[in-house]
Design a protein. Sequence first.
Length: 292
Amino acid sequence: MRKYIQKHYILFFLSSSIIYLYSCSKSDNNITTPSETNSLNLINSQTINSTPYKIETYIHTDSIIVGYNPIILKIKDTTTSTYITNATILFDPLMTANAGMHRHSGPVEQPIYASSNGGYTGAFMPIHGSTISYDNAGNYTGWTMRYAITINNITYDTVKYNFATKNIKINTQFFTSVAGNDGYTYYIALVTPQQASQKIGIQDLEVSIYRGDNHEALSFTPINNLTITNFYPYMPDMGHSSDNNTIPTNTTNGHYKGSVNFTMGGAWTLNFIKIMQNGSSLIDSTGLEIAF
Ligand SMILES: [Cu+2]
């Protein structure tokens, strides 16, 4: 196992003991790669009780992955067959296990309406994978997506659904956590390229970085004022990196954009070294993994 992954898991255990039980989804037997399309896949549809509002939830993969999931909502007024464009939506995902003893959330980007797709686009990153299950007492284990939807000054909080995450391709990791030198846990997600667009050549690379605001991992803040000192992709099986990469720099909303040069297909690690904040190293080393 590659060095930073060992480090990742050790830090993960130390800094986030509440979530250690579920951090081993990679060892699951039935690995299937989510199929990814340019079209949207409807994963949930429900009507708010006693209203004409039907809430449709779409994603680009066929299931939510442990990674960066854009989520698109459409709100249809079923009496007029028109779509509501002035709602406010807040994502409030929750993971529960051990009869409610284990509870936490994951980073989100709250949805914003865009006329281009007729819906509200946000994002959600589960910090670990989970199936859906119930114990003998009926207690739920798994993720629940919960929405607070405000339409015409009335807030509805009844729209929620349980979901299981799908395992991504073996030898890949699109989301990681790392202990920062300030005592907080940081979470890093691969925004692009996602699995279907990973290919040989120079590609746009985008990651997003969040701070876990508390040990319970109930809220997360996107962090904008970071400087990545060095970025290099590396092929552990081949023992080489590549030239002509661009270190990601901050854009907005905790996102960092650069470029990566994949000179051949196979397994690559994306290594981020000395992520600086206010002149000191916040994160000494972390990484993500892709394979195509
Ligand atoms: Cu959990």
